[in-house]
Structure formats: C-alpha cells, structure tokens
Design a protein around this ligand. Structure first.
Ligand code: NAP
Length: 253
C-alpha cells in the first residue's frame, strides 16, 4: 500500500484578516494545507489557524513583512522546513494609504506602497517559482495575485499610487504567466472591487465600501468570501487551462 499523499500546500501572504483569511479558510476546506503569513497581528493569524485545525485541516502562522526582502527569504525557508514544499502562492498582502492628490504624496509614501504591493509580490513569486518550476526539479504549481478594480479606474483624488501599484500587478501577472507557462506553473490575478474588509479603515475611510456602493452596478459592496471563491478556483486544478488571466470580482464595477 502506498503511503497517504500529503495535502497540497499554499502560502497566503496577509492571510490573517480580510480576503487573505477568507482564502485560507476556503482553501483549507478544499483540502489545502495553509501557511498563513501576517505582519503584526499574531492573534488574528492564530485565530485563522485554529479555525482551520478545528475542522481537521493543517495550518501554521508565519510572521514576515513582505516589504522586506530578508523577511521574504526567511518566510519561504521557514515554510519549507515546517510544512514542506509549496505548490500554491496567493500574493494577497497589500496596503492602501490615506486619500491624497498625487502632487502631495511623499517619497516615503510612494516607496512603502511600491515596496509592499509590488516588490513584495515580485519577490514572493520569485521564491515560489524557484520551488515550483519543473525547470528546477519542482512539481509545478499555481500563483494568484491580488490586484484591484483600482488598476483599471485609477482612483483619482484617493490613491493613484495604490491604483498604479495594482496596475503593475496586472502586467506582472501577464508577464510571469507567459514566462513560466511551460514549467508547470499557472499565474493569474483577481481584481476585487469594493470589498468589506478593514483595509478601508487603514486608509482613514472605514465606511468607504458602503459609501461608494452606489457606483457599483450591483449596488452593494462584496464580501471577502466572494473574492476567495475566485482566488481559490484559480489556485485549483479546476482552472488547469487558465493562465495569464485577470478575474474581476467587483459587482460590475
Ligand atoms: P486587509 O483587511 O487590510 O488585510 C491585510 C492583510 O495583509 C492582513 O493580514 C495584514 O496582516 C497583511 N499585511 C499588511 N501588510 C503586510 C506586509 N507588509 N507583509 C505581510 N502581510 C501584510 O486587506 P484586504 O482588504 O483583505 O486586502 C487583501 C488584498 O486585496 C490586498 O492586496 C488589497 O489591495 C486587495 N484588494 C482589496 C480590496 C478591498 O476592497 N478590500 C479591493 C481591491 C483589492 P496584519 O494584520 O498582521 O498587519
């Protein structure tokens, strides 16, 4: 009798809250072992891990700031050692900032935005490709990048810097997908619209998703679970012929 096969393993950056946490819970329900990354809130990450374990799933929390290269390298090494080799990566961690016009944005603000949202996603994907690529002896895998409807709207008077960072994610998704398409790796992206999470409070507008709901053709904000459904589908073998694709989850926005 052959030994029971291990569940596939996905690393989710920013898996402790919001869309990342919803992805962690849904992926676990669909049979993935989950490495839950967070940066500050260990308690929130532990709560996601406990919820997964309570339902018989496998999960572990890992602290790392995806805006710091050394943290990313440490994160992937710790996941290797504690849980095994990943075949899934959800590049979910992302930040906004307070509403500002472009001419008033400081260099420090722009640097933080691009470091976490863009460089972090590039560097995490690079680590994932090194582990997944059949060219490097890996088993293949799937990467899903969190973009935003803002990438196509521009977010004027709010955060053009954030929108531009997500525009970079769209181009990155397309380019990387084509680069590794023959190496067993699929790369896709999801563009959420206005989703009910804490991210709006961190930009100083806790009620933003409800306030702007009248701009959404479906006239309501979305939930983190609704985004997770698209992300985890793209991650899974059910999307085996899907790569270099962006899925809009924005109620028509
Ligand atoms: P959220 O509720 O603010 O949660 C952010 C998560 O990312 C938390 O787990 C946080 O961990 C983690 N995180 C933040 N900075 C990090 C860093 N430097 N390194 C590692 N982890 C970090 O955000 P969300 O609304 O779920 O958004 C998730 C993704 O979807 C983001 O990429 C966002 O841009 C995108 N998105 C969201 C919306 C929306 O309306 N909510 C719309 C479009 C796109 P800690 O709690 O430990 O800090």
């Amino acid at each position: 009798m052959s030994p029971p096969s291990l569940p596939p393993l996905v690393l989710i950056t920013g898996g402790s809250r919001g869309i990342g946490a919803a992805c962690a819970l849904l992926a676990a329900r669909q049979g993935w072992a989950v490495a839950v990354n967070y940066t500050r809130d260990a308690q929130a990450a532990d709560a996601v891990v406990s919820q997964i374990q309570a339902h018989g799933g496998k999960a572990q929390a890992f602290q790392a700031d995806v805006g710091v290269e050394a943290d990313i390298i440490r994160l992937f090494n710790e996941v290797d050692q504690a849980m095994g080799r990943i075949t899934g990566l959800i590049n979910n961690a992302g930040v906004v900032d307070v509403a500002s016009r472009v001419e008033d944005m400081s260099w420090q603000r722009l640097e933080r935005m691009m470091r976490i949202n863009v460089l972090g996603s590039f560097a995490c994907a690079a680590q994932a490709v090194k582990r997944m690529s059949t060219r490097r002896g890996g088993q293949g895998g799937s990467i899903v990048n969190l973009s935003s409807a803002a990438a196509t709207l521009g977010a004027p008077q709010q955060y053009v810097d954030y929108a531009a960072s997500k525009g970079a994610i769209d181009t990155f998704t397309m380019g990387l997908a084509k680069e590794v398409a023959t190496e067993g790796i699929r790369v896709n992206g999801v563009r959420p619209g206005l989703i009910l999470t804490d991210i709006h409070a961190s930009g100083g507008q806790p009620d933003r998703a409800h306030q702007l709901a009248n701009q959404v053709p479906m006239q309501r904000p979305g939930t983190a679970d609704e985004v997770a459904q698209a992300v985890v589908w793209l991650l899974s073998d059910a999307a085996s012929y899907v790569t270099a694709s962006m899925v809009n989850v924005g109620g028509g926005r």
